[in-house]
Write a protein that binds this ligand. Sequence first.
Ligand code: 5GP
Ligand code: ZN
Length: 113
Amino acid sequence: MACIFCDIVSGRAEASRVHEDEQVLAFMDIRPMTPGHLLVIPKQHATNLAELDPDLAGPLFATAQRLAAALRRSPLEPAGINLFLADGIAAGQEVFHVHLHVLPRNPGDGLGL
Ligand code: 5GP
Ligand code: ZN
């Protein structure tokens, strides 16, 4: 089945990659909710959280943690970061290859919270 994130993993589709290792890929979100918005995905396809190999949950989160720290040190200097994962249509999931959002936040960025 066609999966845009699998296409990014394989190189069939382009993305601005910010991290890659054996298990995990991270790249810029094509429609950033705020500047610096990143996505972290397992290279191995998993449609949703239930399908994610538990052994990949650690590497996925650790990558998000490192990228959040890098964003904090970057010129963007966000005041905060949201990590979030939309699991299922009702939760706002639009791409059915599980992914973790790393979202820089600032007061008044219009996203609420
Ligand atoms: P979801 O709503 O499923 O949690 O988030 C999907 C995210 O993937 C959205 O923020 C959307 O902008 C991003 N996205 C969708 N298609 C592409 C794409 O082809 N390339 C990139 N870099 N991001 C994408
Ligand atoms: Zn996929």
